[in-house]
Design a protein around this ligand. Structure first.
Ligand SMILES: [Zn+2]
Length: 184
């Protein structure tokens, strides 16, 4: 029988205490290369070593937090960029199709403009591109879209199906539209 020449190096070291018993503190060599001292006295004696070994397979708290924040920051950056693209597309579309500015609280105007652009685009795809509507019918619907300038209404319909837009526009009441269209 061969002697065991190497033993797996341990990445936890119990910290010696003056009192007898199972150590409650461990020095942990984390996967990121950092070391931390953890007080595991809130765990039962027979679970401490196993938990310490599990901690050693993980990054230290600082590294974990740094990675996590980097992820969150890049997600936020990606979302902001996506939103800016959508906003630019909505603005171009509004100019091209003579869509009036929306009315409502400042903080939802951008959101409402994106929602209007996206819902009207979904409706065009469903009704004209993939449906049976002709351009004259669509032009009539577009006229109703122009009259509906309440930002909150468009935000409320942001998840609507494109095919539902005609019915939604019919259902919109007078308070969603100015009495006279100042843009005509
Ligand atoms: Zn670390």
């Amino acid at each position: 029988m061969k002697p065991q020449t190497s033993s797996p190096t341990s990445n936890i070291t119990p910290i010696k205490r003056n009192s007898p018993g199972v150590p409650t503190s461990f020095e942990i060599f984390h996967s990121c290369g950092h070391t931390s001292t953890r007080d595991l006295s809130d765990r039962s004696a027979d679970q401490r070593a196993g938990y310490a070994r599990w901690l050693a397979t993980r990054q230290c708290t600082d590294c974990w937090r740094a990675d996590h924040q980097a992820d969150a920051a890049s997600t936020a950056k990606w979302l902001a960029a996506k939103r800016a693209d959508e906003q630019a597309a909505a603005a171009d579309w509004a100019t091209q199709f003579d869509m009036p500015p929306l009315e409502g609280p400042e903080k939802i105007l951008g959101w409402a403009e994106r929602a209007r652009h996206q819902l009207v685009t979904r409706a065009y795809t469903a009704l004209v591109t993939e449906g049976t509507w002709d351009e004259a019918e669509w032009a009539q619907l577009e006229e109703q879209v122009r009259l509906l300038t309440r930002a909150g209404w468009w935000v409320d319909q942001r998840e609507a199906e494109g095919t539902d837009l005609p019915e939604l526009l019919e259902a919109a009441d007078d308070r969603d539209q100015p009495t006279e269209n100042p843009f005509r």
